[in-house]
Design a protein around this ligand. Structure first.
Ligand code: CAA
Length: 381
């Protein structure tokens, strides 16, 4: 049986961030509610010249060499904050990365879950096309209405995964537990720039859905819960992952060992919710910060509101340390710049929904959105 999975992985998050102590002061909350209650320290804020395309390009570009580019015949962009109702953002990314014209380009959507669907489809594809590679990028800019409880859980990031028959980072196991139910916990109608969220309900549904997905995983003969060396969760805020872990541990009568979760939360605690990218950012955090995962099983727990959940296993490769994000980006947070509340406000009020706009330069380097002409986005590398 051909082994398939993730050959390389890299992430990108915007350079600007808001410390949650600043938001707490503005919203008259105790900072401990955000730091300890939600388990978040700060969130990344996209500048006006940053969007899901610029983040996707910035995540993928450092990890791709010419040989990869020659073999990529499919690019999938997973997002729930798309920039066009018709055209796939993957096409802009395809151009900016100078990919082969003989390549499929597509965008997928199902809230925060869609990258997991794309990863499963890509793995099945490369199983039958072992000389081809799929570039999968999850990219999202999470924004909620200001002065609401959800505001503290915003964020932005992209994670790029090269899926191939050389799973040098991690092999994907065939067994997956899945669960779908029609619920309205979080949704964004076409005319809304921010989602409508029933916050408390969404946390209950998240817990139910991941438990159901785990039950399904078990019914198919998956590993027992205590057999994993590391657990990665979709992390709208890190406390959510901890609660899910404790819940599955309780129902399976497994001792709760948070040391097997903690390293997968470090990046997300700084970056905030990155929707489709969140689970894969958690994976980046775990493989970057742990040196003892070779040959170990890692649990991936995916959730997307609406809702779909999936529980699956990655088997970490012997040489994963040569293919983890810090190889491509040794100091991912080195250039971070703290925002004050006024500048956060300026960045929050995006101008990229206009027909025509000259976008001010706020990013100091890398791919940026510089102009919109007749609704057509113009990017600079
Ligand atoms: N010190 C320490 N902790 C404190 C505190 C203090 N001073 N004050 C409050 N807390 C704790 C609370 O006890 C609570 O913890 P527990 O849940 O463990 O009891 C926590 O801080 C949050 O406080 P509240 O219960 O008062 O909740 P809130 O009104 O601030 O809302 C939220 C929290 C519902 C998560 C809100 O941030 C939200 O709506 N977020 C967006 C929706 C979301 O992320 N849902 C998650 C599941 S859906 C999903 O996963 C998809 C997705 O990505 C969106």
């Amino acid at each position: 049986m051909t082994k398939v999975g993730i050959e390389k992985i890299n992430f990108y998050s915007p350079d600007f961030y808001l410390d949650l102590a600043i938001l707490a002061e503005k919203n008259q909350q105790n900072p401990s509610k955000y730091y300890n209650g939600l388990g978040q320290k700060s969130f990344c804020v996209a500048s006006l010249d940053e969007d899901i395309v610029t983040m996707a390009v910035s995540a993928a570009k450092p990890m791709l060499n010419d040989a990869d580019i020659a073999q990529i015949d499919t690019i999938i962009l997973a997002t729930e904050t798309g920039i066009d109702q018709s055209k796939a953002a993957a096409i802009w990314v395809h151009k900016l990365l100078n990919l082969n014209p003989n390549c499929r380009a597509i965008e997928v959507k199902q809230a925060c879950y869609s990258a997991t669907f794309a990863l499963q489809m890509a793995s099945n594809y490369v199983k039958n096309h072992i000389d081809k590679k799929v570039l999968l990028i999850a990219s999202d800019l999470s924004r909620y209405q200001q002065n609401t409880p959800a505001e503290a859980t915003q964020g932005a990031a992209a994670v790029a995964l090269l899926v191939s028959s050389q799973p040098n980072l991690a092999q994907i196991d065939d067994i997956a537990g899945i669960f779908t139910e029609d619920v309205m916990d979080f949704y964004r109608p076409n005319n809304c720039s921010t989602p409508i969220v029933d916050g408390k309900f969404s946390t209950q549904i998240y817990l139910k859905a991941v438990e159901k997905a785990y039950d399904h995983y078990q019914k198919q003969g998956g590993l027992a819960f205590n057999q994993f060396a590391q657990y990665c969760y979709h992390l709208p805020f890190t406390k959510m992952g901890q609660k899910a872990h404790e819940k599955i541990a309780k129902t399976t009568e497994t001792e709760v060992d948070l040391t097997k979760v903690e390293k997968a939360m470090v990046y997300n605690r700084q970056i905030g919710n990155s929707y489709t990218a969140s689970l894969y950012l958690s994976l980046c955090s775990a493989v970057d910060l742990r040196d003892d995962l070779a040959g170990q099983s890692l649990a991936m727990v995916s959730y997307g509101s609406g809702c779909v959940a999936e529980f699956f296993r990655l088997i970490i490769s012997e040489n994963y340390q040569e293919n983890r994000p810090k190889i491509f980006n040794p100091q991912p947070f080195a250039n971070r710049k703290a925002l004050d509340f006024d500048n956060y406000n300026l960045f929050w009020n995006r101008i990229d929904n206009q027909a025509d706009a000259i976008i001010p330069q706020q990013k100091s380097s890398g791919c940026r959105l510089h102009e919109i002409r007749n609704y057509q986005r113009q990017y600079q590398l």
